[in-house]
Design a protein around this ligand. Structure first.
Ligand code: COA
Length: 361
């Protein structure tokens, strides 16, 4: 069902696969960096070299967190889901640094993109190690900033690039559930932070962003490919959903899957993996053989993140970190030609009837 117009991306259009502002995802994942892609999505065109450098520096300068936000993050329980940490952090930052005439939408977009990794890992390290880490680092990329705060040291080039590519793949996907949520909130003329906070809520569920975590939990259950095949056959017999497979729009394959699959293989080889990648491949084969279902981006992202040393509950928050670029582009586009989004429903309830007073029920 067509729900509106957009000039930001195409998903599953014949012969196009996935494009951001007209550029194919294959080209972007091979030749661009995440910062270039975020600029492209938000400002509508590829940056020139000087613009890209300024943009990198602007994002890098906005990684620090205000002390009131650190206090909020310290109060969020250690066993909270990291998606709830980002949802809360986004909302809290909206109270501390509200959107205003002086602080416009571009500034809020930069701030959220730059500070989501900081929020997540400040909370994580505080509860895991008791340390109040400095989130304002010198790392050149968002990918390196994230991995640095997670492990305590700057990543090597391969792990940084793998993360960078993953951020590119997750950056934008037309009118998916969370983006449409962002646009609905925006269409009421609410502020930027409210739009992004509602997007995070919609992304959290396992039918949407939460699928990458759920895929990892499945893959990890098995010790061998044969065991995985037997487990999958039982799941399919019981009509259980296998997370990380299928798609509402793509019908033959997800153009992002092969790209992240190649990275999962490379990272797995570097980690001397002999278990998780072969299990993942067997699950893919069984799903195709039995149901003609293909892996979506979430399936091999799970293994790629795992081999990068990322804890499973952080998989969906990484999706937030990246998708903030696409969401921001949609807030700006919706505001540029706004009309309240208010669908109607087919009524399936009782016909009109007389009210029954309380005493007669
Ligand atoms: N595992 C097992 N069966 C699946 C499946 C999956 N991941 N995805 C779809 N199917 C089955 C459906 O049960 C249905 O079977 P039926 O005809 O016997 O009822 C059939 O395939 C058609 O699927 P449909 O329900 O029409 O797909 P949809 O467009 O409503 O759903 C998703 C799309 C993405 C919600 C769905 O594929 C899914 O739940 N996938 C797992 C979650 C996931 O990976 N989400 C991330 C999406 S990027």
């Amino acid at each position: 069902m067509v729900a509106g117009d957009t000039a930001i991306s195409t998903v599953g259009k014949e012969g196009l696969g996935l494009t951001y502002r007209g550029y194919s995802i294959d080209d972007l994942a091979e030749k661009a960096t995440f910062e270039e892609v975020a600029y492209l999505l938000i400002y509508g065109r590829l940056p020139k070299a000087t613009e890209l450098e300024e943009y990198r520096q602007r994002l890098a300068s906005r990684r620090g967190l205000p002390s009131a936000l650190k206090t909020v993050l310290e109060q969020v329980p250690a066993d909270a889901h990291p998606m709830d940490v980002l949802r809360t952090g986004c909302s809290a930052l909206g109270c501390l640094e509200p959107e205003s005439r002086e602080r416009g939408q571009d500034q809020v977009a930069d701030r959220l993109l730059a500070s989501f990794p900081s929020m997540l890992l400040y909370w994580y390290q505080f509860h895991k190690t008791g340390r109040r880490i400095e989130t304002q680092t010198e790392d050149r990329s968002m990918a390196a900033h994230f991995l640095h705060l997670l492990s305590g040291r700057p990543p090597d080039a391969m792990h940084e690039r793998a993360m960078d590519v993953s951020l590119i793949l997750y950056a934008e996907h037309e009118f998916n559930a969370s983006t449409f949520t962002v646009r609905i909130t925006t269409s009421t003329l609410a502020d930027f932070y409210s739009a992004i906070t509602s997007g995070i809520g919609a992304l959290r569920g396992p039918l949407h962003g939460g699928a990458n975590e759920a895929a990892m939990e499945l893959i990890e259950k098995f010790k061998t490919p044969d065991e995985a095949e037997a487990g999958l056959m039982t799941m399919l017999r019981n009509k259980e959903l296998v997370m990380g497979f299928g798609h509402r729009v793509y019908k033959i394959s997800d153009p992002r899957s092969d790209i992240i699959k190649r990275w999962a293989k490379k990272l797995g080889d570097a980690a001397d993996d002999t278990r998780l990648y072969p299990i993942s491949e067997r699950i893919e084969q069984v799903m195709w053989r039995e149901k003609k279902l293909f892996p979506n981006l979430d399936f091999y992202s799970a293994a790629a993140y795992h081999f990068s040393g990322i804890p499973t509950p952080m998989f969906t928050p990484i999706f937030v970190i990246s998708r903030t670029s696409g969401w921001s582009a949609h807030v700006i586009e919706q505001r540029g030609n706004n009309r309240l989004i208010r669908p109607t429903a087919d009524y399936t309830g009782p016909p009109p009837r007389p009210f029954v007073p309380l005493a007669q029920r």
